[in-house]
Design a protein around this ligand. Sequence first.
Ligand code: ADP
Length: 163
Amino acid sequence: MDSKPSRAVCPGSFDPVTNGHLDIISRASRLYDEVIVMVSINLAKRGLFTVEERVDLIREVTKEYGNVTVDSFRGLTVDYCKSHDIPVIVRGLRAVTDYDYELQIAQMNHRMSGVETLFMATAPDYSFLSSSLMKEVVKWGGDASGLVPELVHQRLIERLKDD
Ligand code: ADP
């Protein structure tokens, strides 16, 4: 029997983490021994939050899950997987609009490395939810309840108040 712990990575921008992300992360944490949430560093795209801030927020809101850790990485996700001995990437699928893009990346990743991608269907409550939409809603004082953790809501308000 294989005694190695099963590991998966949930990669993304998480600018900032939403309840849609958390739903996927928590469900993945029930399927794998260890889940690593990896914030990808994209120097070409300036986010609302720095990578360090995003990592700290995710750490704070996932601390109740004992098997979830948070990291950041600049480069190909499959290279991160290789160096951390992770065979599976978990990605959330919201709607058909996610599908073409996700399929292309999953196939490229598999071709490059053999790393598998597991798609998890979003909970219907979150299928319309994205980080960019949350920034817009909070910026204009819209109702964010139930869509982002309270801590994230507060940070969004602070960050967007002078925008
Ligand atoms: P990226 O820029 O890599 O797409 P995101 O932070 O937007 O990063 O998303 C990270 C992951 O979380 C992706 O797999 C994405 O499909 C998933 N995701 C984002 N929002 C939701 C949601 N509302 N429900 C389920 N999965 C989601």
